[in-house]
Design a protein around this ligand. Sequence first.
Ligand code: RNT
Ligand code: ZN
Length: 418
Amino acid sequence: MREDIKQAYELAKAAYAAIGVDTDKAMEELKKIQISMHCWQGDDVQGFLFKDASLSGGIQATGNYPGKATTPDELRSDIEFAYSLIPGKHRFNLHAIYADTDEKVDLDELEPRHFEKWVAWAKKLGIGLDFNPTCFSHPMAESGFTVSSADDKVRNFWIEHCKRSRRIADYFGRELGTKCVTNYWFPDGYKDIPVDREAPRRRMMESLDEIFSEEMDPQYNLDAIESKVFGIGVESYTVGSNEFALGYAISRDKAYCLDAGHFHPTEVISDKIASVLMYTKELLLHVSRPVRWDSDHVVILDDELNAIAQSLVRTGLIERTHIGLDFFDASINRIAAWVIGTRNMLKALLKAYLEPTEELKKIELEGDYTSRLALTEELKMYPFAAVWDYYCETMGVPVRDSWLPMVKEYEKNVLSKR
Ligand code: RNT
Ligand code: ZN
């Protein structure tokens, strides 16, 4: 243990103790949090099934930083390296196009065996896997519609893909002994103003009912539906809107997925968490950073990230929330992107755990809004960084920016040789 880090921690511990906050307990809580780290930051959402496919569905990874993973082994070694720079144990979130197989297999033919290597790897690391059907970047999605398509052939293809995805998720959950969260996101929509806003939604609803008609043990798989406001080329109408997805989740006892980039620019998901969890048992988050649009920038420690963490921790709703990340920046070192975003999510949570929550709630109930504002503002300057450094040190991962030269070294020795 570095002496300077220990000393700074002791001082911080005393400062927090003076306002009734137990820093050791905060770190214990943080240790339990498993972030679902998304595979798609590692290769700009390319996947391995269709090497030449271009990203569609109204999403975009811009930049061409060298060294992206082009094989499952490369992706695994990249994320393992990222894990070594992040405190705690975290999950891995796979998309269907990341199947690890030599077989030429289409999305409507996927089976658990195409993911055996991922499961063996996850077992070796002792981590959980989450899953997503990939309803984009495929010729069958060219019309802009998948499960809400009016074309039976197209619609049935995607229904079949989703059904198979669900079986793969169930397989992950059983094999790894930890529930797989499966997220359903569909890019379906129109560039220009539709005549009929109802029919595609009815088709999507019926397709989802068909997809979920197979009984699955909730112990192993949790289905989540992600909403969206618009995408590039899908500006006027998105079938899976907020009302659609939330309504579906509530009425079908599914989880809802809130993506930070899927709302109007001044709308924030931090204020939606408590409302959604009034009516659904569980919630999935896609923590992202929209810059003017759903740009999926790397998550930074900004006000909204802190607010998300506070909404989860102050309420205890973190117990019913699965925290996933969803950003894909191809303009910087991709491993650094994972490390920066995930460490920031954890920092925000730690900061929230370091609040005198009960005291703040009491002050609010008493109507003392002067104290509420004064204390929450002063809390922003409490020495939480000293606790974070100490946490990293005790968890055996690099403190502060000391992870960066390691990433540069990996870039020189591994990424640049690809
Ligand atoms: C797209 C959605 C979706 C995707 C991933 C790759 O806007 O946010 O979650 O980012 O499935
Ligand atoms: Zn998302």
